[in-house]
Design a protein around this ligand. Structure first.
Ligand SMILES: Cc1cc2nc3c(=O)[nH]c(=O)nc-3n(C[C@H](O)[C@H](O)[C@H](O)COP(=O)(O)O)c2cc1C
Length: 239
C-alpha cells in the first residue's frame, strides 16, 4: 500500500472511528476513563530522583501503560508522577521524563505534540525517553520497522529522545464491532485486533530506563569523585 493511500485510509478511518465511538467532538485534549488527574508514586524523600511519566491517550490503553511504567519506576526508588498531557504538567524539577502517545492517522496524537511544543525548552534540558503505542506496523521486517519509526518524525524535529520504544496497543471495541471500520483497519495494515499489550516488555523497558539513568548518574558521581582525586594520587593508582 502506498504511503498516500495509507494516509487516506488512516484519515478516513479516524473520522469513521470517531463517529462510531460517538466522539463527534472537537479533537481537543480528551480524557479517557482510566486517566488519573495525577498519580504520585514512590517515597517522598528529599534526595529521591524524580521522573515525570506523561502521556496522550484517546481510549485508555496508553494511559494504563504509563501507569504501569510509573509503578515500575517507583519500585526502583524514583519519585514518580504519572500525568496526562491534558493536565499540562510542568517539566521543571524532574531528573528524567518518560513521554508517550498513542498513534492515530500515522502520527502521535496532536495533544502530545502540543505538549512538546509548549515545553520544548525544558524538554531539551532533561533526558526524555519516549514510548509509542500503536496497532499497525507491528512486524519486524524492515518496511514495518521504518513505518513505525516514522511515527516519531515530528517528535524528533523538536526533541532528541535518549530512548525510543514501540508497544502494541489495544484496538477499541467500536472498531472491532464495526465491519467497515475493521475492514479499513485491516486494509491499512492493522495487526493487533484485541488487547495486544505485552506487559512484561513494558515493565522491562521501564526497568531499562531506570538502569540507564541510574547507571549514568553513578558514572557521573564516580567521575566527579575521580576529578577530585589529587593528581599524585591518580598517577599512583594508575601505576
Ligand atoms: C481512529 C484510530 C486511528 C488509528 N490510527 C493508527 C495508525 O495510523 N497507526 C497505528 O499504528 N495505529 C493506529 N491506531 C491504533 C491505536 O494506536 C491503538 O488502538 C492504541 O492502543 C490506542 O491508544 P489509546 O487507547 O491510548 O488511545 C488507530 C486507532 C484508532 C482508534
Amino acid at each position: 500500500m502506498t504511503r498516500r493511500l495509507f494516509l487516506l485510509v488512516a484519515l478516513l478511518s479516524d473520522a469513521l472511528f470517531g463517529l462510531c465511538a460517538g466522539c463527534a467532538v472537537p479533537k481537543a485534549c480528551r480524557r479517557t476513563a482510566v486517566d488519573t488527574s495525577r498519580m504520585s508514586l514512590g517515597m517522598d524523600v528529599p534526595d529521591a530522583r524524580r521522573v515525570l511519566v506523561v502521556y496522550a491517550s484517546r481510549t485508555g490503553s496508553t494511559a494504563e501503560i504509563a501507569q504501569v511504567m510509573g509503578a515500575t519506576l517507583a519500585m526502583r526508588g524514583w519519585r514518580t508522577d504519572v500525568v496526562s498531557v491534558c493536565d499540562r504538567p510542568l517539566v521543571t524539577g524532574y531528573d528524567a521524563v518518560v513521554l508517550g502517545s498513542a498513534v492515530h492517522g500515522g502520527k502521535w496524537l496532536p495533544e502530545a505534540i502540543a505538549f512538546i511544543e509548549e515545553n520544548v525548552a525544558a524538554l531539551r534540558r532533561v533526558p526524555v525517553a519516549v514510548f509509542t503505542v500503536h496497532g499497525m506496523n507491528l512486524g519486524s521486517d524492515a518496511e514495518r520497522v521504518a513505518a513505525r519509526r516514522a511515527y516519531l518524525d515530528l517528535v524528533r524535529t523538536r526533541i532528541a529522545p535518549i530512548d525510543e520504544v514501540w508497544f502494541a496497543g489495544v484496538v477499541p471495541q467500536p472498531v472491532k464491532s464495526n465491519f467497515l471500520a475493521l475492514w479499513m483497519y485491516r486494509a491499512a495494515g492493522g495487526g493487533c485486533e484485541g488487547d495486544c499489550r505485552d506487559w512484561s516488555a513494558i515493565r522491562a523497558w521501564a526497568e531499562q530506563v531506570h538502569r540507564e539513568r541510574a547507571g549514568r548518574e553513578e558514572g557521573q558521581n564516580r567521575n566527579s569523585a575521580t576529578a577530585h582525586i589529587p593528581e599524585t594520587a591518580k598517577s599512583t593508582s594508575v601505576a
